[in-house]
Design a protein around this ligand. Structure first.
Ligand code: FAD
Length: 431
């Protein structure tokens, strides 16, 4: 008998597209509608501040699936349409300018949007944000011609775009309200390494500083006025001051929301027929024993499929070790785990951290954030194929098992031996 059910996915980006893929792969034969506000088919965002923005990678490489894939898998891809309302009781979602759509199960994969800066001059040409591929197209065009770029915000996107600006041959200044880049994510010890990296590559870092105004002439940006009164000449400014989750649809429908849509470990919202995944969720992570909102690619890649399985009635426990990566200049790194300043007591370095600003190319190390000997997070820098071991140490650490910190710091002791000492390696979620 034909499956009469309709599964609707709102948000046609990585998490939503992966969920649709897995629904079909798991044998769901009902109707799948994937609705997205953007006009491009689902794509991945990491290249937008890296290979694509550097002019190295083709635009086409960013897309999650070929253009024909959706029709081939009988997935109705509705692009350029915003979902404006949700009625859980009636099981309908209202699409802007289209008839309300009835669903049996709904997946919210609405992601995040940029935080905006509320100062005079943001409408000047040359003042840019970066979230979508269209914005990346425009920014790439600007960077190809730019001479002086000011980046506001020393988070991941800010640092990556500053590196891209330097690679395009422009002068780059990063303005940051805190005293180090990424300090709230990495803590002082490792944040300093990113400051050194950028200085060594000619980036001017201005800490403890904000922006009070963008100034221009003839509609074009000419300078950025800082809160300390200094004025930086600029033809491009990139505002990268973080993101906020797109929770409005969930909120107006009365779903539980608190710094993201609240979901349980099976990615279920407070309504039994509505699931959520990706950037937008604040999920109960049983491994970490707390809720986390993870704003990273790997979470979109894996939580979409996990939510799809949950929608099909499978037992899902989404307990992945949070993971992200970055590439900036000649530094490539992966971070696994969860450690916040104040939540760890020691950072253990294993390998060559480099000699500050003069020795960037030699940075090959792993940093571990530890608490009472337990590994909470690990970051491998220019060292590869160690993610499974690091994640196993993190899993053991969150299970309360300590490691010998002297051995952890010693590159002669294989990470695999340490893992074997505390637990068997476990990778991935159990969904
Ligand atoms: C420039 C850039 C570089 C990045 N680099 C990295 C990196 O190096 N490493 C890493 O780990 N992570 C990186 N990230 C983060 C990563 O891309 C995100 O975590 C990921 O995109 C989240 O995917 P998502 O599908 O949950 O949400 P999103 O990608 O935010 O997609 C949500 C989609 O839903 C749509 N939508 C929202 N509301 C509605 C509505 N009401 N109706 C219809 N459609 C709607 C949005 O328009 C959007 O297309 C980067 C992000 C950016 C912007």
């Amino acid at each position: 008998m034909a499956d009469e059910r309709t599964f609707v996915i709102v948000g046609a980006s990585l998490a939503g597209a992966k969920a649709a893929e897995v629904l079909r792969a798991e044998g769901f034969t009902g109707r799948i509608v994937l609705v997205g506000e953007e006009t491009e088919r689902p794509y991945e965002r990491p290249p937008l501040s890296k290979g694509y923005l550097l002019g190295k990678d083709a635009r086409d490489k960013a897309f999650v699936h070929d253009a024909t894939w959706y029709a081939e898998h009988d997935i109705e891809l509705v692009l350029g349409v915003r979902a404006t309302a949700l009625d859980p009781a009636a099981h309908t979602v209202t699409l802007d300018g289209v008839e309300p759509l009835r669903y049996d199960k709904l997946l919210l994969a609405t992601g995040s949007r940029v935080r905006t800066l509320d100062v005079p001059g943001t409408d000047l040409s040359g003042v840019r944000y970066l979230r979508t591929i269209t914005e990346a197209d425009a920014l790439l065009d600007h960077l190809r011609r730019a001479r002086r770029v000011v980046v506001i915000g020393a988070g991941w996107i800010g640092l990556e775009t500053a590196a891209a600006a330097r690679t395009h041959g422009a002068e780059a200044t990063v303005v940051e309200i805190d005293s180090l880049p990424l300090r709230r994510v990495l803590g002082d010890e490792v944040a300093q390494i990113f400051a050194d990296l950028h200085r060594a590559n000619g980036v001017d870092l201005r800490f403890d500083s904000g922006v009070s105004e963008f100034r221009g002439s003839g509609g074009h940006l000419t300078s950025v006025l800082l809160t300390d009164g200094s004025e930086l000449a600029a033809d491009v400014a990139i505002v990268a001051i973080g993101i906020r989750p797109n929770t409005e649809l969930a909120e107006t429908a009365g779903l539980a929301v608190d710094n993201g849509i609240l979901v349980d470990a099976g990615l279920r919202t407070s309504d039994p027929d509505i699931y959520a995944c990706g950037d937008v969720v604040n999920a109960d992570n049983p491994l970490l024993g707390r809720r986390v909102r993870v704003e990273h690619w790997a979470n979109a890649l894996h939580s979409g499929p996990a939510a799809a399985r949950a929608m099909l009635g499978q037992d899902v426990v989404y307990d992945r070790v949070p993971y992200f990566y970055t590439d900036q200049f000649d530094l490539g790194m992966e971070y696994s785990g969860w450690a916040e300043p104040g939540g760890y007591d020691r950072v253990v370095f294993r390998g060559d951290v480099g000699k500050r600003e003069c020795d960037v190319g030699k940075r090959e190390f792993v940093a571990f954030w530890t608490a009472k000997g337990r590994v909470l997070a690990g970051m491998n820098v220019n060292v590869w194929d160690v993610t499974d071991e690091i994640q196993a140490l993190v899993r053991a650490g969150y299970a309360g098992k300590a490691v010998d910190l002297a051995k952890l710091a010693d590159p002669q002791v294989p990470l695999g031996d340490l893992v074997a000492g505390v637990s068997r390696p476990v990778s991935g979620d159990s969904s």
